[in-house]
Design a protein around this ligand. Structure first.
Ligand SMILES: [Zn+2]
Length: 381
């Protein structure tokens, strides 16, 4: 009763103090100013430096740059649905991005109907005649299954119920994987994949959440008619991005590869399910260093631990547990371990010093290239 009364008071307080949003049409789309965003989330006034902006308050930060599609919320990188705009001296963010990314990430405890579930469906990508990405040292279907089996053990040891779409090297159509997930109502879905790039130069980890209706898929060149369809997975847009946030930040912490960000796509397994789901890309099979790491049991264990931690963080985030620091659903800005330290990317797994040096060099070149657009060729499906 007391709890309900407190909740009512909170809702009342939010309603009376929440500032009105001023909607600006830019590029034919509804936008709001970042100043309004900072007011709404009770952050300090934006610090603006040319096209760059930073909003801070407590342990929360939001930073980005006009003209780009990248935004960092509590140090986790998201690829926005639409670029940050600039008009009449204001920096603008699309209403779609405020609703579909900023709000669920900033306040996961307010997501309606989100369950702190203990059932996890793990989906090892590919299988059978479908090998997935091939690198010099291994194939995706084998690595994905191994990671899933390790994650299953860990999750079960921690009291979760785990179901697998496949537990051996067999081919399962994508539609069947989605149908399997839809047999469960109170569960979350994690699809495990590894990437491949055209030239072999791309490296790092990325997480895909289903693109909201009207948002272009980031693995396709052009906007298409299918982008306007409402898919079953869109019912959980808020849960999807919160779940992606929890898992992606855990992956960064445990796997310590380059952060390629949280992206949007319409892969069948995340499009057709009715439970919160994500598709994880745990590194590039055909990148010399990623590929080498992916073969090691230590890296696969780290991936499995990231899944365990991510599921736990999502549970805490949506249930608003009091022992939980709200923004740590997303890697908290105060938590230094949430920022991957590339110099140490190999040492926790005991790799040869020569390789360690090579990683260092690769890390430096990645940093140097950070401002340039990276090539992305997710091969998920
Ligand atoms: Zn794949």
């Amino acid at each position: 009763m007391k709890r309900i009364a407190r909740l009512l008071l909170l809702i009342l307080a939010l309603q009376t103090s929440a500032p009105a949003w001023e909607v600006v049409t830019h590029d034919g789309r509804r936008h709001v100013s970042i100043k309004d965003v900072s007011k709404f989330y009770r952050l300090r006034d934006p610090v603006i430096n040319g096209p760059a902006f930073t909003l801070t308050g407590g342990a929360k930060t939001i930073r980005g740059r006009a003209g780009t599609r990248e935004i960092y919320i509590n140090n986790v990188k998201y690829i926005l649905c639409f670029p940050v705009g600039q008009k009449g001296g204001q920096i603008l963010i699309s209403a779609m991005d405020v609703t579909k990314i900023i709000e669920p990430v900033m306040r996961p405890g307010l997501i309606k109907n989100a369950h702190a579930t203990r059932t996890v469906i793990l989906d090892a990508g590919h299988g059978g005649h479908d090998s997935g990405a091939k690198g010099q040292r291994g194939i995706e279907k084998e690595a994905a299954l191994d990671v899933v089996l390790r994650a299953k053990r860990l999750l079960e040891q921690n009291g979760y119920n785990v179901r697998l779409t496949r537990s051996s090297d067999v081919f399962i159509p994508l539609e069947d994987r989605a149908a399997f997930a839809n047999r469960f109502t109170n569960a979350v879905f994690v699809s495990v994949h590894f990437n491949k790039s055209g030239g072999g130069a791309a490296s790092g980890i990325e997480t895909f959440a289903l693109a909201p209706r009207g948002v272009p898929s980031m693995d396709e060149e052009n906007f298409s008619y299918s982008d306007l369809k409402l898919n079953p997975g869109n019912t959980q847009d808020a849960e999807n991005i919160a779940f992606a946030t929890a898992l992606h930040s855990s992956m960064l912490r445990h796997m310590r590869l380059t952060d390629r960000g949280i992206k949007r796509a319409r892969f069948v397994v995340i499009r057709d399910i009715r439970i919160p789901g994500v598709l994880l890309e745990g590194g590039f099979m055909n990148h010399p260093l990623d590929g080498k790491l992916i073969t090691t049991p230590a890296y696969r264990d780290a991936f499995a631990r990231a899944i365990l931690e991510g599921v736990g963080r999502y549970r805490s985030a949506v249930s608003g547990e009091s022992t939980y620091q709200p923004p740590s659903a997303v890697a908290s800005a105060t938590d230094k371990t949430s920022i991957p330290d590339l110099r140490r990317s190999i040492s926790p797994i005991g790799m040869h010093p020569m390789l360690n040096e090579a990683v260092q060099r690769a890390a430096e070149s990645i940093k140097a290239k950070e401002s340039q657009p990276q090539e992305t060729t997710p091969n998920a499906y």
